[in-house]
Design a protein around this ligand. Structure first.
Ligand code: TRP
Length: 459
C-alpha cells in the first residue's frame, strides 16, 4: 500500500473530517433537505431518511473511503490498481468514469443554484448598506429565474473560486478553504436556530419535522429519502474515494471518523430544518409543499417583517453560499485529480480550469431551461423523462441514476470483489463482529435496496 498520495495529504485527521463534512454539508442540507421534508410529509420523510443514512449511507461511505485510502490515486487509477492487484475485472474502473461524468453534471446545476445564493447574498448586502428593500419575494425569485444573463453571471461567479481552490491543490487550496469556512458555517447556523427559538414556534417546527405520520410512507418517500441520503453524503461518484486517498494512515480509524462526518452532516440538515421551519410557520406560511423555491420564496418574506431581518438574510444566504462552495470543490476534485495524473502531475491548474469550464458550459443548459427554453420539455409519452425540462433531466440522470448506480457498484466491489486482507488492513481497528456485519451489509443489504431505488427511478 502506498503511504502517501501524489496529490498531497490532509495535514491531520481533523482536516479530513472538516473537508469530508465540507463536501457533505451543502445545498443538499440547507436547500434540498428542508423542501424534500416539506413535500414528503415532514416526520415520515425524516425518519426514512435517517434510516437510509444509517443502513446504507454510512456503510457505502466507509467503502468509498477505504478503497481510496488503499489506492491513493484518483478513483479511476485507484480502481485500476485494485483490479490489477486482485486480478479482478478491469470493468470496475467504469465506476471511476461514471463518477467523473456525474461530477461534471452535478456541478453544472449545483453551481447554478449556488449562483442563486450569491445573488441573494448580494441583494441583502446592498439593502443593509442602505439600498431599497427586496420587495415581493415571489417576484424577486421569478425575475432572477427569468433573466438568463443574471443567472449566467452568478453561475460564473460561483464557479470561478471553486476552480481556483481546486487548482491550488489539497493543502494550499482545499484544506485552507474548509479550515475557516466550516467553523463559520456552524456559528452562523446556530445563530439562526437561536433566532428560530425566539419566534416561539420551535415546538411546531419540531413536531412537523419529527412526528412521523406512518401513513405517508410509500415508495416515493423511500426513493427521495434514499436519493437524499446519497446526495447529502456525497456518495456514489468518487468524491469520498478521492478524499480518502488523502487521508493519513496512522491512528485514523475510518469507521470512527466517518461516523463523525455522517453525524455532523445529519445534524446540520436537522438544524437547518429547525432554523427554517419556525420562521416559515411564524409568518403564517404552510410548512408543507414548499418545493425547490421554499427558502427563496418564503424566507425573504419573513426577513422583510422581522427585526434585523436584512442582516439575518445576509447571514442566511451567506451561510448557504459557503456550504455550497465547500461542496462544489469536492465535485471537481476527483476529475481534476485524474486529469492531473494523466499529465504526469504537471497540469493541476489546467485540469481544474478545464473541467470547471466544461461543467460551467453544461450549466448554461440549466440556466436556459429556466427561461428561454422553459417550454423545451421531453415529450410526455416518454416514460420517466416525460414533461421534464433540461435542468430536470440533467438532475435526474445524475442524482437518480448515476449516483445510485455508482453506490450499487461500490457496495458490490467492497462486498464481493475486494479481498478480506485488503479490507482488514484498512479496517484493522474494527471488532470482528462489526466488520462482518459491515461486509454483509455491502454484500446483501445495500445492493437490493439500491436496485429497488434504481428500478423505481426508471419505472
Ligand atoms: N453533499 C453535497 C450536498 O449535500 C453535494 C455534493 C458534493 C455531492 N459532492 C458530491 C453529491 C458528490 C453527490 C456526490 O450539497
Amino acid at each position: 500500500m502506498e503511504k502517501n498520495s501524489i496529490h498531497g495529504m490532509w495535514s491531520s485527521r481533523l482536516m479530513f473530517i472538516l473537508a469530508a463534512a465540507g463536501s457533505a454539508v451543502g445545498l443538499g442540507n440547507i436547500w434540498r433537505f428542508p423542501y424534500l421534508a416539506s413535500d414528503n410529509g415532514g416526520g415520515a420523510f425524516v425518519l426514512v431518511y435517517l434510516g437510509c443514512i444509517a443502513v446504507v449511507g454510512l456503510p457505502i461511505l466507509i467503502a468509498e473511503v477505504l478503497i481510496g485510502r488503499h489506492g491513493r490515486m484518483s478513483p479511476i487509477n485507484t480502481l485500476r490498481k485494485l483490479a490489477l492487484e486482485q486480478g479482478s475485472s478491469r470493468g470496475w474502473v467504469g465506476i471511476g468514469w461514471l463518477g467523473i461524468a456525474a461530477g461534471v453534471l452535478i456541478l453544472s446545476f449545483y453551481s447554478v443554484v449556488g449562483g442563486w445564493t450569491l445573488h441573494y447574498t448580494w441583494l441583502y448586502l446592498k439593502q443593509l448598506l442602505g439600498g431599497a428593500p427586496l420587495g415581493d419575494p415571489a417576484s424577486v425569485f421569478q425575475s432572477l429565474l427569468s433573466n438568463p444573463l443574471e443567472l449566467t453571471f452568478w453561475h460564473a461567479v460561483f464557479m470561478l473560486p471553486t476552480a481556483a481552490v481546486v487548482a491550488l491543490g489539497v493543502e494550499t487550496g482545499l484544506e485552507r478553504a474548509v479550515r475557516y469556512l466550516m467553523p463559520a458555517l456552524l456559528v452562523l447556523l446556530l445563530l439562526l436556530v437561536a433566532y428560530g427559538v425566539t419566534t416561539g414556534r420551535m415546538a411546531d417546527a419540531a413536531t412537523f419535522l419529527f412526528r412521523p405520520d406512518f401513513s405517508r410512507i410509500n415508495g416515493g418517500v423511500l426513493l427521495s429519502a434514499m436519493g437524499q441520503a446519497f446526495f447529502t453524503l456525497s456518495l456514489g461518484m468518487g468524491t469520498m474515494m478521492t478524499y480518502g486517498a488523502y487521508l493519513p494512515r496512522a491512528g485514523t480509524s475510518i469507521p470512527r471518523v466517518l461516523t463523525v462526518v455522517a453525524l455532523t452532516d445529519t445534524s446540520i440538515a436537522l438544524l437547518a430544518g429547525l432554523a427554517i421551519f419556525p420562521i416559515v410557520i411564524a409568518f403564517g406560511l404552510d410548512p408543507a409543499g414548499g418545493g425547490p423555491g421554499l427558502i427563496f420564496n418564503s424566507l425573504p418574506l419573513a426577513f422583510e417583517a422581522m427585526p434585523f431581518g436584512t442582516a439575518y438574510g445576509l447571514l442566511f444566504f451567506g451561510l448557504l453560499a459557503i456550504a455550497a462552495w465547500t461542496s462544489s470543490i469536492s465535485l471537481l476534485e476527483p476529475g481534476t485529480a485524474y486529469l492531473t495524473e494523466r499529465s504526469g502531475l504537471r497540469r493541476r491548474k489546467g485540469s481544474a480550469l478545464l473541467l470547471a469550464g466544461v461543467s460551467w458550459a453544461v450549466g448554461l443548459l440549466s440556466v436556459l431551461s429556466l427561461n428561454v427554453w422553459s417550454d423545451v420539455k421531453v415529450p410526455a409519452n416518454i416514460s420517466v423523462l416525460g414533461g421534464k425540462n433540461i435542468m430536470d433531466v440533467v438532475e435526474f440522470l445524475a442524482n437518480d441514476l448515476m449516483l445510485p448506480l455508482g453506490g450499487l457498484l461500490i457496495a458490490l466491489l467492497a462486498g464481493w470483489a475486494l479481498s478480506r486482507t485488503i479490507l482488514r488492513e484498512q479496517l484493522s481497528e474494527m471488532p470482528e463482529w462489526l466488520f462482518n456485519t459491515l461486509r454483509w451489509t455491502w454484500r446483501i443489504v445495500a445492493p437490493p435496496l439500491m436496485l429497488i431505488v434504481l428500478v423505481q427511478a426508471v419505472s
